[in-house]
Ligand binder design. Structure first.
Ligand SMILES: *Cc1c(COP(=O)(O)O)cnc(C)c1O
Length: 852
């Protein structure tokens, strides 16, 4: 019989066990081993299978619950866990200590928007790195006490589950979730009815969403869900899948996430007394429409024009881009945007003209979400130092006249949440407190850890983690073959796949072309020789999902699968279908080497290698993303890149050859070079070095602290500056912008000069005087920053490594500055004029500059 409808019934807990519900529904259990232990103590086998306390409680027979309700020892442990959680949720943490220290204000709350959140496999609401990063951001914010609200969508069919056909082709499944069975609660109003947010759709329709709340430690994560009776079938489907559907589907999701998400935050705070956020962080551009909703709010609250409101909105927005290629940016046809915003119902008060201007790009027919993100955020950043540089180049056109390095896009290198990703065995071995590890504090010095533990202990631990990976690999290989149609009888060999003493290399990631899943297959004979070496073999575990619409990606997967299916190598190389967080844990912990070979510089950051490093894995990676800034010569290996070789096949050949060389000549020998105690000393010294130096840098807590200090704190200062005294600052900045726009075309620099006191000898450090006469075209000297610029000149007169010094007014229309010559060799100078206003974050912000 088939059910016509499914529904979930929650267990009814006997009174003494009522506290378990809070422990099971707060996702802190995902990074708090003692809470997991408590649930595992109820039924270890069942818990290990389902690894979700809430589903465990549902699955337990009522008799077992009755039994537990009478078990004093269990009740005491449960009480202790509940108190520990309560303490965690309420005690002052780093953020509260930081606010007390003064030094400017910190925001009352920050809202963090993302299209996906990968908190745990028990809540399958993510596709890959972006979602896991977003969840790690919330978890670290929780540990640090940052008052944050997460905002996203709840997808009824999440991303997809991957299986393989017999011939190695990716097959997708979309299991539908039932939120009732998940660690979520429906947000309800004072009268107990579900809270709804509404956004207007074309043709007079309305899209309604209910809102689920997940508790991520201290952080509420609000997830909007359109699958409710109040919508017709078409609109119910808006939150059906992550990254599925056409442009129309995507824009509806993004409108809901941005505009609906803002409304959900406002209502939620009004309802619960949670402080209203003052700073809004968009993780990638998808939720960027939230800025329009906020502009509408400010316009109504302050009776402001759009331009005036924009100053206040920009001040409070932080935009993080994750895409180093133009093709990766979300863009919509302008007429589609027009269809949704044209009738003025979606964001009342904001003109279509203003909306379209925010997303304008080179192609007048397209609306660019990244451009809107940059125009709506006073602070923007990339996710590694290299990605910051690439982004400044990529978006330099939006700031004409500025050098790339002055483009106001900074970088905050991603981090990963240590308590989630580090094997508890390793944390236990190293000991130490959360404060010491910087999870709840500023600590960034791990240099003492090597003294606590011997090489033998560390090596035993690494073997233990490798062994656990081997068991998981065998289990999954067998399950995958059964699923592909093999019979159990012919699968005896799967029990001998992998070996806990063999050097283990991992490669797991989504499969867009640039990540080059199949680079390792470039010379199949060389790979086979590495795998099958009699004395010093290598084993390789590969995993990854291809976007369902990407046939090219699926073909790459098939290529790998065909290679690993070969009976000669299948015990040394495997492809595991359905890469997700549950599998990822085993891989990051158990692999000795984490391989990463994207086409540089297309990997914005990459985070899987960080998770490996925190577990004592060594990275073998192209110098891209985070590895470009973190590789130091002894914490892993850098695969040399054939930058500049334009033929991609030839580039692949060169880089693959370098990869094999590194494995053959350095990595394999180092791993198998054992000292008298049986430990590989050279290898372990690299592992120690990795843990000591990268341990603190790769933490999500370091990343979140950086966002607080360089993003949220300065943002809220500008917000207060903009809104104080009835939005006086916002009005003044808008007025100033208009004034600049009028004056700028007529502003002229003439008569610049550079004079030296003692003209015969120019040496580094000689003081010079730069003067200029300038017609400010009606602007006051205090309203501009006049700068003398000195730099190196080469064949062209372009100034390199320029040093700038602000010039002071020296009489009517005259400016001067004294400065010391910074370099030897051929130098040049110029003078330029930039806008200046207290509420600008950088002089480049308005994209206006006049050169002599
Ligand atoms: C960390 C993580 C990723 C991101 O990996 P990249 O190195 O950025 O490709 C993807 N999927 C899962 C499940 C992860 O945990």
């Amino acid at each position: 019989m088939r059910a016509v409808r499914r529904f979930t019934v929650r267990p009814s807990l006997p009174e003494p066990l009522a506290g378990l519900r809070a422990l099971a529904t707060n996702l802190r259990w995902t990074w708090h081993p003692p809470t997991r232990d408590l649930f595992a103590s109820i039924d270890a086998k069942l818990f290990n299978e389902i690894r979700d306390p809430l589903r465990l409680l549902t699955a337990l027979p009522p008799a077992r619950l009755e039994e537990l309700a009478l078990d004093d020892e269990f009740l005491a442990a449960a009480r202790a866990a509940t108190e520990n959680l309560e303490h965690y949720l309420t005690e002052p943490r780093w953020y509260q200590r930081r606010s007390r220290e003064g030094e400017g204000t910190l925001p009352a709350a920050v809202a963090y928007f993302s299209m996906e959140f990968g908190v745990t496999e028990a809540l399958p609401n993510y596709s890959g790195g972006l979602g896991v990063l977003a969840a790690d951001h919330l978890k670290a914010a929780s540990d640090l006490g940052v008052p944050m609200i997460g905002v996203g969508l709840l997808y009824r069919a999440g991303y997809f589950r991957q299986a393989l056909s017999l011939d190695g082709w990716q097959v997708e499944h979309y299991p539908v979730i039932d939120p009732i069975g998940l660690p979520l609660e429906l947000v309800t109003g004072a009268d107990g009815t579900p809270m709804h947010v509404a956004v207007a759709m074309p043709g007079g329709r309305e899209l309604l969403a209910q809102v689920w709340k997940a508790r991520v430690g201290r952080i509420p994560l609000l997830l909007l869900d359109t699958d409710t009776d109040v919508n017709d079938d078409d609109l119910r489907g808006v939150t059906d899948r992550l990254y599925g559907g056409d442009a129309d589907h995507r824009i509806r999701q993004q409108i809901l996430a941005g505009i609906g998400g803002m409304r959900a935050v406002r209502q939620y705070c009004a309802l619960t007394g949670h402080p209203q956020p003052e700073v809004f962080h968009t993780n990638e551009g998808h939720a960027g429409f939230l800025g329009l909703e906020r502009a509408g709010e400010v316009m109504r609250a302050g009776r402001l024009a759009f331009d005036q409101a924009l100053s206040a909105v920009r001040a409070g927005t932080v935009f993080t881009s994750h895409t180093p290629v133009s093709a990766g940016i979300d863009r919509f046809p302008v007429d589609l945007v027009q269809r949704y915003f044209g009738d003025g119902r979606l964001v009342p008060d904001v003109d279509l003209r203003n909306v379209l201007a925010l997303g304008a790009e080179e192609n007048p027919g397209m609306f660019n979400m990244a451009h809107m993100g940059l125009r709506l955020a006073q602070r923007s950043n990339g996710v590694s130092a290299l990605h910051g540089r690439v982004s400044r180049r990529m978006f330099a056109r939006l700031w004409p006249g500025f050098d790339e390095r002055e483009v106001p896009i900074s970088s905050v290198t991603n981090g990963v949440h240590g308590p989630t990703w580090v094997a508890r065995e390793l944390s236990a071995l190293l000991g130490g407190s959360h404060e010491e590890w910087g999870y709840d504090g500023d600590s960034d010095n791990w240099s003492g850890i090597r003294d606590r533990v011997s090489d033998e202990q560390l090596w035993a631990l690494r073997r233990d983690l490798r062994q656990k990976l081997v068991m998981e690999v065998r289990r999954r290989v067998r399950a995958a073959w059964l699923q592909r149609g093999a019979s159990a009888l012919e699968l005896g060999w799967t029990e001998h796949v992998f070996d806990p003493d063999v050097l283990t290399v991992g490669f797991a990631r989504r499969v867009p072309t640039y990540k080059r899943l199949t680079l390792m297959l470039r010379d199949p004979e060389r790979l086979r020789a590495l795998l099958l070496d009699e004395e010093r073999p290598v084993q390789v575990v590969v995993a990854g999902k291809s976007h369902p619409a990407d046939e090219g990606g699926k073909a790459l997967i098939q290529q790998i699968v065909r290679f690993v299916d070969d009976a000669r190598v299948r015990h040394r190389i495997v492809f595991l279908p359905d890469y997700d967080m549950a599998m990822a844990r085993y891989l990051y912990r158990g692999c000795d080497v984490w391989l990463n070979n994207p086409t540089r510089p297309l990997e914005a950051c990459g985070t899987s290698g960080m998770k490996s490093a925190l577990n004592g894995g060594l990275n073998l990676s192209i110098r891209d993303g985070w590895w470009d800034e973190c590789y130091d010569g002894s914490n892993g290996w850098a695969i040399p890149t054939a930058d500049g070789v334009l033929d991609p096949l030839r580039r692949d050949d060169l880089e693959a050859a370098a990869l094999y060389d590194l494995l053959e000549l350095q990595i394999v020998p180092l791993f198998y070079d054992r000292g008298p105690g049986g430990t590989p000393e050279g290898w372990l010294s690299r592992v120690w070095h990795t843990l000591e130096t990268l341990g603190p840098r790769l933490q999500a807590s370091r990343m979140v602290r950086e966002y607080v200090e360089t993003g949220y704190r300065p943002a809220v200062e500008k917000v207060h500056g903009a809104i104080a005294d009835g939005y006086r600052g916002a009005r003044s900045l808008a007025e100033y912008r208009t004034k600049v726009e009028i004056a700028w075309p007529r502003l002229t620099i003439f008569d610049t000069d550079l004079q030296v006191e003692a003209p015969d000898v120019l040496v580094v450090g000689t003081e010079v005087r730069v003067t200029a006469r300038i017609d400010l075209a009606g602007l006051e000297p205090s309203e501009v920053d006049v700068q003398a610029v000195v730099g190196k000149v080469g064949d062209t007169d372009d100034l390199a490594e320029a040093v700038t010094v602000s010039m002071e007014p020296a009489g009517i229309g005259a400016f001067e500055a004294k400065l010391r010559l910074p370099y030897a060799g051929s130098l040049g100078y110029t003078v330029r004029v930039l806008p200046r206003h207290d509420l600008l974050a950088t002089p480049a912000e308005l994209g206006r500059v006049i050169h002599a």
